[in-house]
Design a protein around this ligand. Structure first.
Ligand code: NAP
Length: 245
């Protein structure tokens, strides 16, 4: 596991957007960030899941989150621009964005990848990340220092049989992260990627339905890296893909 000691209040007063905040790793990151003092903006597809996370954070007596229901498959460039402008006017800046939401598509031999599924995976995992990042960068630049975090995978820099569209999309994610990191080197914005490693979530169960879930890391286990990259301790880190496990 990535070694980092989480310090209380280390994200105090930070405004942090998390995509895919209604389930899995994104949900855990949102609650963890809120516990460390951040005001979190919960973006996701299913409103009821976002509301459940909102309720959990309120019940803990933490800063009130904001909710942005948005389907990354259908959202337009203008949706992202409007969202970023709303964050800027409501909060004055964005200190961090965890681009975590993605879809698996289907595990299948390359010659049998369905065009529609390939396109859906690219839309959510690549196109939406590009539009999100492009729209959010100006608002991230309003912060004294800001962290933009992409989410990769073990198949994001080494292809694997049958992981088709998902693997290809994660290569693109790492490329996008590196392009942005290089352009903003020596600025207040740092851009990195996390490879979470095998983690017990709905997505992992879809990929490996028969495995023993008790042997997997939980989303809580992998939080040290998620906190490190969002905290001021990582200000000098840029353009890296780091393994959470
Ligand atoms: P998950 O449990 O499937 O959660 C994915 C989240 O993304 C959900 O909150 C989901 O919202 C949201 N999402 C999916 N499609 C969306 C859309 N069109 N618009 C908006 N939100 C959407 O996945 P996870 O395991 O936590 O994975 C989180 C990230 O880690 C992903 O990028 C994944 O590729 C990466 N990762 C995971 C593992 C692992 O072992 N779990 C390993 C390597 C990398 P709804 O629930 O509302 O659909």
């Amino acid at each position: 596991m990535f070694e980092y000691t989480i310090i209380d209040k280390s994200l105090e007063n930070k405004i942090i957007l998390i995509t895919g905040a209604g389930a899995g790793i994104g949900k855990e990151a949102a609650i963890t960030y809120a516990k460390l003092g951040a005001t979190v903006i919960l973006l996701g597809k299913t409103v009821s899941k976002l509301e459940a996370v909102y309720d959990e954070i309120i019940a803990l007596g933490l800063a009130e989150p904001a909710i942005i229901p948005l389907d990354l498959k259908g959202a337009t460039k203008q949706n992202y621009i409007d969202m970023s402008a709303t964050i800027a006017s409501q909060f004055g800046r964005l200190d961090g964005a965890l681009l975590n939401a993605s879809i698996l598509g289907e595990l299948t031999p390359f010659t049998q990848i369905h065009e529609q599924i390939f396109n859906d995976v690219m839309k959510v995992n690549v196109n939406a990340q590009y539009l999100l990042a492009q729209a959010l960068i100006p608002t991230l630049q309003l912060a004294p220092n800001a962290s933009l975090i992409f989410t990769s995978s073990g198949v994001g820099n080494q292809g694997r049989a049958y992981w088709g569209a998902y693997s290809i999309s994660k290569f693109a994610t790492e490329g996008m992260m590196q392009v942005i990191a290089d352009e903003y080197e020596n600025s207040t914005l740092r851009t990195n990627a996390i490879n979470p490693g095998a983690t017990n979530t709905g997505m992992r169960t879809s990929a490996y339905p028969a495995e023993d879930k008790d042997k997997l890391a939980t989303a809580t286990d992998i939080m040290p890296l998620y906190v490190y990259l969002m905290s001021d301790d990582s200000i000098a880190v840029n353009g890296k893909t780091i393994k959470a496990q």
